[in-house]
Design a protein around this ligand. Structure first.
Ligand code: SF4
Length: 157
C-alpha cells in the first residue's frame, strides 16, 4: 500500500463553485494526476473562510493591501482567510499545498497588479504568504510536472 500523502488544495481547482464569479477553475489534469497516488485531499477556500459571499466583487493586491474592484479595503478579511487556512494545514499536517495561481489569496508566484486591467506581476496572495512563512511547500496548478516529481519523492520516504 502506498503511503498516504495529505495535500491542501484550492477548492476551485477541484470544481467547487467558490470563485468570485460563482464559477470554478476545475483542472482535470490535476485531478487525474492526484488519482494516481494515495492522496488525502484537504480542500480550502480562504475567501469563503473569511465569510466573503459567492459571487463577490473581484479583488486585487495593491501595495500589500487587498482592494475590491469597488474600492473597498478587504485586507482584514483576506488575512482571516489566510490564518484559517494555515490552521487547517497545521491541524491536518498536510505534506504540501496546491493553490490556484494569480489569486489574491492563493497565487504563489503571480498575482494581478492591482489595476484591474488584467496585468500580471510576480507576487503572492495573502494565504500563500502565510503558508510560505510556515515553510509549507506550495505548487500551483500550472506546475503539474513538479507536483508529480514531489509526489514520487514523498512516496519514497
Ligand atoms: Fe479558489 Fe483560492 Fe479564490 Fe477560493 S480563494 S476561489 S480557493 S483561488
Amino acid at each position: 500500500m502506498e503511503k498516504e500523502i495529505k495535500v491542501l488544495i484550492s477548492a476551485c481547482l477541484l470544481g467547487d463553485n467558490v470563485k468570485y464569479s460563482g464559477g470554478n477553475n476545475l483542472t482535470p489534469e490535476l485531478v487525474t494526476l492526484l488519482e494516481k497516488y494515495n492522496v488525502k485531499i484537504v480542500k480550502i477556500c480562504p475567501e469563503c473562510f473569511a465569510g466573503l459571499p459567492i459571487p463577490r466583487v473581484p479583488s486585487e493586491i495593491r501595495e500589500d493591501k487587498v482592494y475590491g474592484k469597488d474600492g473597498r479595503d478587504i485586507t482584514e478579511e483576506f488575512l482571516i482567510g489566510a490564518e484559517k487556512t494555515y490552521q487547517i494545514a497545521k491541524i491536518k499536517q498536510v505534506d504540501f499545498a496546491i493553490l490556484r495561481e494569480r489569486s489574491p489569496s492563493c497565487g504563489s508566484s503571480f498575482i494581478y497588479d492591482g489595476s484591474f486591467s488584467g496585468k500580471v506581476i510576480q507576487g503572492q496572495g495573502l494565504t500563500a504568504r502565510r503558508l510560505n512563512k510556515e515553510n509549507i511547500v506550495i505548487f500551483s496548478e500550472e506546475n503539474l510536472e513538479e507536483i508529480e516529481k514531489y509526489l514520487q519523492e514523498l512516496n519514497k520516504k
